[in-house]
Design a binder for this molecule. Structure first.
Ligand code: PLP
Length: 446
């Protein structure tokens, strides 16, 4: 019987009582599912550690900060782990900022005015990106003392200038430029072409920097770029960085002091094949990013998300029912598109493997959830070992853009999350109840 694909070091089969059983590090997933229920997100801290170390090692020759992109997975314990590994953070909302501060034990922002020092220690390696930062978000970030704002329009610049003047707080600023570089990825996560909503066109940048330099509390300090997510080729990263490097030279020639270059995130992972060597891949990425910047002496900010946490997580789900409609056999599981929307939204193909290896016979099936949408599927026409009702399946590479994109569609409470470290499995987010889901609502009379 051939062994299903695995994701070492996070998810590998172990043997116990004569059966091959999938473990997260040293914890059998069948036991975790028994204890915490399903659907359940399970993450391996070992895998996250390895991936962050690979980044630090690959970039060790240049001054850099890995500002993990919180949107990929924003659980407080994951953020805490990343912070302990020396990561900074890339946030795109006041909510993400608050998560980072909380994960580091900082007090709530309302108490921050008098305790600014505590926040400054917690926030000094946070970059705030976002195409529509609100004044409230800017205010929270200024009070927290983040490292730098990545601005995306002239209006955003004016809003930040007004906000910083009102609070009398200084801020470093960069503009996210749109390099007009195509990236071969899903259209919804490609961001670096001139028709996209992101960033400012390169030809407008010089004028915007000149404007920013005149603002009393703002200091022009960097250039930022992010061309998209799940990018498997390295050439688009080099092309973008070539353009950024040119801009840095022009800005310096115009008298601006450009200390930082933020290369964004976007390094893709191989959802089909786990055998690739991640450190080697990061090292090729490093070449693409750093070569064009050689000689500029800038501090590099990196915003990886997916490649740090993606393969470290799996969504564990139990088979509720099986049925055959016409020629199609359906495996109906207790997870759904509200738990993991990537297959429905991006036509993403996640590998699905049994938690207990049992059957040698294989069949073509659709793996679907209970939500009332035909788009609620995890796999279509997938060749899987025969799977019976009550058995557990693991949907791999679900650590990024899984739980952070989960919703309550169909009034389904969101899944629980567990973080594994060696033999220990800790609940890091309780399963929602239906009371949690409807808590903010009232049944008002019309
Ligand atoms: N930085 C920015 C500005 C982003 O929009 C994103 C996600 O699209 C990221 C970083 C993280 O990208 P990834 O998870 O592909 O590394």
């Amino acid at each position: 019987m051939s062994e299903p694909p695995q994701r070492p070091p996070a998810f590998v089969y172990g043997s116990g009582r004569g059966q091959r059983s999938l473990c997260c590090e040293q914890v059998p997933l069948a036991k975790v599912a028994e204890r915490f229920g399903t659907p359940l997100y399970v993450y391996s801290s070992h895998s996250i550690r390895e991936r962050v170390r690979a980044f630090h090692q690959a970039f060790e020759k240049v001054e850099h900060t890995v500002c993990y992109s919180v949107k990929a997975n924003s659980n407080l314990s994951i953020l805490r782990l990343l912070s302990d590994l020396g990561c900074g953070f890339d946030v795109v909302s006041g909510g993400e900022l608050l998560r980072v501060l909380r994960s580091k034990g900082a007090p709530p922002l309302s108490r921050s005015v008098r305790q600014g020092g505590i926040h400054r220690r917690a926030a000094g390696n946070i970059v705030f990106s976002g195409v529509g930062e609100t004044v409230d978000e800017m205010e929270a970030a200024l009070r927290a003392g983040i490292l730098i704002f990545n601005l995306e329009s002239a209006s955003e610049l004016e809003a930040l200038a007004a906000c910083s003047a009102r609070l009398k707080r200084n801020a470093l600023v960069a503009f996210r430029v749109n390099p007009d570089v195509p990236a071969d990825t899903h259209p919804y996560i490609s961001t670096g072409l001139h028709e996209h909503k992101f960033g400012v066109p390169l030809h407008q940048a010089i004028e915007l920097y000149a404007r920013a330099a005149k603002m009393k509390y703002l200091q022009v300090a960097g250039v930022s770029v992010h061309i998209g997510s799940q990018i498997m080729e390295f050439a688009p990263f080099s092309a973008a960085m070539e353009r950024v490097a040119d801009l840095v030279r022009q800005l310096r020639a115009a008298g601006h002091s450009i200390e930082y270059v933020d290369a964004g995130g976007g390094l893709g992972i191989n959802y089909q094949d786990s055998s690739e060597d991640f450190p080697k891949r990061v090292s090729a990425y490093t070449q693409a990013v750093t070569k064009p910047l050689r000689g500029l002496g800038v501090k590099l900010l990196l915003e990886p998300g997916r490649c740090v946490v993606g393969p470290a997580g799996a969504l564990i789900t139990r088979v509720l029912y099986t049925k055959t409609n016409g020629a199609t056999k359906f495996i109906i599981v207790d997870a759904a598109m509200n738990d993991l929307i990537r297959p429905s939204l991006y036509q993403a193909e996640h590998q699905i493997i049994p938690v207990q290896v049992g059957h040698s016979r294989r069949e073509l099936v659709d793996v679907v959830g209970p939500v009332c949408e035909s788009g609620d599927f995890f796999a279509r026409g997938r060749d899987l070992p025969v799977t019976n009702e009550g058995e557990l399946l693991a949907i791999l590479d679900a650590g990024a853009y899984g739980m952070s994109l989960a919703s309550n569609y169909n009034s389904r409470p969101r899944a629980a999350e567990v973080l594994v470290n060696g033999k220990s499995a800790k609940l890091i987010r309780k399963r929602e109840t239906i009371s949690d889901v409807i808590r903010a609502e009232v049944a008002a009379l019309s």
